[in-house]
Design a protein around this ligand. Sequence first.
Ligand SMILES: [Zn+2]
Length: 103
Amino acid sequence: MKVKNYCSNCQSVHEAEESFCPQCQSRLQALKADDPVLLCKANTTIAMMLEPLLKEAQIPYSKISKLGAAMVIRAGNLLEEYTFYIPASKLEEANKLPPVWEQ
Ligand SMILES: [Zn+2]
């Protein structure tokens, strides 16, 4: 596996040649296997397709909800947006999943 760099501010992965994050200009660190990496942002529909895939592939993930629970009840589920994080060591496996989210 190629050496990669990691932005702890954006939870994003970058090529090793880059020293600073192109998004936030933070200094990058060497990527560690257990660093949480941003996989994707997903609405409710995509999240419902993605979660079984991650479980089936045995990829541990964190799903962070953008809206609060009260907002979801008022607006309905469809406006909800989730952000999925996975450990860096599982990134290659996650990229082999069917692309239910926009990559
Ligand atoms: Zn960054």
